[in-house]
Write a protein that binds this ligand. Structure first.
Ligand SMILES: [Zn+2]
Length: 255
């Protein structure tokens, strides 16, 4: 039986496999959704939760397939992808320690609507779908929190559709980096140009061009497999309006 994570645990460390912290300093729980629940709800959930490492590239669920587990990330970044028949994919949303992956099962959606893939490694707590659905039935606070996450994902998908159609690659790249850094809670992201091209739904050469221009301004530094945000104000200045819009809406709507 595990357990909501203790405040002393570094987000990058594995979740301890022993020593439940239920009933202790749960206000420091790293997952925002779990942190906001009444203590009794968290304790009930913690009895069925297991720590689960989110490894980069791992598919947590595939579009059209049953959702077997629901994940509460405590670090890292999970992408929600819409995948075409030819295998090309575009990101429609991201989730991290402020969200829950697979939460739609609480609303009668046992099958995943999109692919959920780990893009930046981290840790999570997960529980079987049936246990999660049952927990939602007995916890209005959990249901409301999961509903907020689903609503924010809908907003993000709508905004992303407009962003893809109307905004330039460079502005979208800035927006994506800022949003991802917020989710991960770090200015340094482990990302490649190939990955960014998939996230933004553009050719890799377009990402490389945009990255070069951006690096020349001093706002970011791309190194082999990592991106470091060095001047977030400059990056915000170059980002499309979608970054501020979603940041504000997410802040207002999540518990
Ligand atoms: Zn945009």
């Amino acid at each position: 039986v595990v357990t909501l994570v203790d405040a002393s645990v570094n987000a990058s460390d594995p979740v301890p496999a022993t020593g439940t912290t239920a009933g202790k300093s749960l206000s420091n729980e790293p997952n925002r959704i779990l942190r906001t629940l009444p203590q009794i709800d968290r304790e009930r959930l913690s009895e069925q939760m297991q720590p689960f490492t989110l490894d980069r590239g791992e598919v947590l669920h595939q579009a059209g397939a049953p959702v077997h587990h629901v994940y509460f990330p405590t670090s890292g970044l999970v992408s929600l992808l819409t995948v075409m028949k030819d295998g090309r994919a575009v990101e429609t949303g991201i989730l991290g320690a402020d969200g829950v992956v697979g939460g739609a099962v609480a609303f009668g959606q046992p099958v995943a609507l999109h692919e959920a893939t780990v893009q930046i490694s981290g840790q999570s707590l997960r529980l079987p779908t049936a246990a999660f659905v049952s927990a939602c039935r007995s916890s209005p606070a959990l249901t409301a929190a999961v509903q907020s996450v689903q609503f924010v994902l809908l907003l993000a998908a709508q905004q992303n559709a407009a962003c893809h159609a109307l905004h330039e690659v460079e502005a979208r790249l800035c927006r994506w980096l800022l949003g991802a850094a917020d989710v991960v809670g770090s200015p340094t992201l482990e990302l490649t140009h190939a990955f960014l091209s998939q996230m933004l739904g553009v050719r890799r050469s377009s990402v490389t061009d945009a990255a070069k221009k951006l690096q020349a301004t001093g706002a970011v530094r791309f190194r082999r497999g990592t991106v470091e945000i060095r001047d977030s104000e400059r990056l915000k200045h170059s980002a499309c309006e979608c970054y501020e819009f979603l940041r504000r809406e997410t802040g207002r709507r999540l518990p």
